[in-house]
Design a protein around this ligand. Structure first.
Ligand code: 5GP
Length: 199
């Protein structure tokens, strides 16, 4: 590990359907010189709008288990019945390039990543209400009914972890949520932690 590097590890979590992916893609685009996205490995099926190697690396369960056994993941978790993992090499690649790292993790992964990166900062994107979340989840065509149901149940279960995050942003108005998220990430990269909502 190089001592000179100053990049931060930033985790974004939030329930499926909250608009988290659209938010962080915009932030990544706006801050691409300073921020890199850590591409996770998953055993879930690739969606039509996803690119292999850009959104995820899609692998089999056997391959996932081999990589987990070899200790290749900084964290991994089973989410909605599928496996997801963050390759250590991916985080290190981005930090070594002098940038900060943005990770999109479920709550279990967010708790675990702090074992390897204790200074990691965690941001949770909240829906305005469960009713709105349910509408958004059912309005999108990427999942079948059973998957949507599991995702909704998991969203409720996740809420007990929300207080463990450094900042919570409600995605009521997309542009406002984006401005809030981008400001927090920019400040964090610059070493300003005044945005953190301590408990
Ligand atoms: P999706 O299948 O909708 O892309 O993601 C489902 C969930 O898995 C989301 O909550 C997302 O944050 C989480 N996730 C994506 N990549 C990883 C990862 O590498 N590790 C963990 N723990 N969760 C991940």
């Amino acid at each position: 590990m190089s001592e000179a590097r100053s990049g931060k590890v930033i985790v974004i979590s939030g329930p499926s359907g909250v608009g988290k992916t659209s938010l962080y893609k915009k932030v990544l685009d706006a801050l691409k010189d300073k921020l890199g996205f850590s591409i996770s490995v998953t055993t879930r099926a690739q969606r039509a709008d996803e690119k292999e190697g850009a959104d995820y690396i899609f692998i089999t369960i056997e391959e996932f288990k081999k990589r987990a056994d070899r200790g290749e993941f900084a964290e991994w978790a089973e989410v909605h019945g599928k496996f997801y993992g963050t390759p250590k090499a991916e985080i290190e690649r981005i930090l070594e390039s002098g940038r900060s790292v943005l990770l999109d993790l479920d709550v279990q992964g967010a708790m675990k990543i702090r074992e390897s990166y204790p200074d990691a900062k965690l941001i949770y994107i909240l829906p305005p209400s469960f009713e709105v979340l349910e509408r958004r989840l059912y309005g999108r065509n990427t999942d079948d009914d059973e998957t949507r149901h599991t995702r909704m149940q998991n969203a409720v279960a996740e809420m007990k972890y929300v207080s463990k995050y450094h900042l919570r942003i409600v995605n009521d108005d997309f542009d406002k949520a984006l401005a809030h998220l981008q400001e927090a990430v920019e400040k964090l990269i610059a070493g300003d932690e005044s945005w953190i909502e301590y408990l």
